[in-house]
Design a protein around this ligand. Sequence first.
Ligand code: PMP
Length: 436
Amino acid sequence: MIDWSRSQQLLERARRVLPAGVASNVRAAERPFPLFFTQAEGAILTDVDGNPYIDYVLGQGPLLLGHSHPAVLAAVEQAMRRGQLFAGQHELEIEVAETLVRLIPCAGMCRFGMSGSELVQAAMRLARAVTGRRRILRFEGHYHGWFDNVLLSVAPPPEQAGPRECPRLVPGSAGQTPGVQEDALVLPWNDLTLAERLFAERGREIAAVLTEPMMCNTGAIPPTPGFLEGLRRLCDQYGVLLIMDEVITGFRLGLSGAQGRFGVTPDLAVFAKAMGGGFAVAALVGRRDYMERFARDVNHSGTFNGNVVSMAAAAAALAELERDNGAVYRHIEALGTMLMDGIRALAHRRDLPVLVQGFPAAFHVAFTELSAIREYRDYALHCDKERYGRFKVALLQRGVRVLDRGIWYLSAAHTQEQIEQTLDAVDAALAEVQTL
Ligand code: PMP
């Protein structure tokens, strides 16, 4: 039996000074309880009891290059010795911005920040300034940060969420101001007919459509063919800005983001996680004429925006991602396909109803009879989350760490041998949850 006693002791100590023992609410829900870690390198994470794990959490997505990537660390170390914060400009900001503008289809200009949450706010403010309208249309099950005006209908209990065709907005936290709900509209994702109906009624009230281009905060749900194109068309028709929240998909689904992969160009997009190689950085990119409003009448500020460490990390991470014509992406594609197919085959052999969907760099594993998960309610109503939770713990006990919500991330640092070890652990974990 695996020993987690040191983690347990630290959690007890932490709970005296940190609410729930953690710094981010999502971590409190981790099964069997939040673990403490001491070290991470490549695809391996080691906890305080000395247990190593093959890591598919990867910092919740940012570590596309793996933990402690040497080129990123060297760049950061070198840059930060010359200063950390100038409260003024430095050349690395231009370098990273030029790379983003070159790689991302919608990027005419960019603004830097420290987290996805804050730059989603900047994107919404800009959309309201451009259109002179208030409302933001978003989708059930999408997460856009923890702020009042976006923590709505992210994981609504189905009994509170109202009818599918006309969902109720469900706040995600106590203490949110009720006013923000008046500015938000919500629909199920991947249903263009419902979007068309809403636009026909209220299209001229909407400032922006805010969407994850692949729904990664509930499963790993690709857009159905024509859905993003349909949103683009509706936005053009009604003078609405299309904002893609690429915080997870950006650089994970390819060098041009999900927008490049799916061939639909938004007006604005938010990038974060994978662009920083494990360091805190985020970018809002978009059409030049819109972005230039930041130079005139739209405010966006931040003490740490564009700081030396963030920019050095981003410059180094982006250079690694571009190396050898996308070798990182080919590696992840090959190993991720092997892992996805392997999980499917093992489940099939045991006659277990397991669905594996998404892309090799970010895929979802669920216990369900469905042949595809297309929207939040499919997941909420038709996936056995209790069984997945037990499966997750069984994997952890065998040295494989995945997120409780079912998404698996892959990195350039994973090896074929680690994929084979993972599949052995998956087989044993499936056997464990089969009998219960
Ligand atoms: N948007 C999406 C799609 C996300 O997944 C997240 C974080 N998981 C955020 C925004 C918020 O980003 P951050 O945690 O950096 O504030």
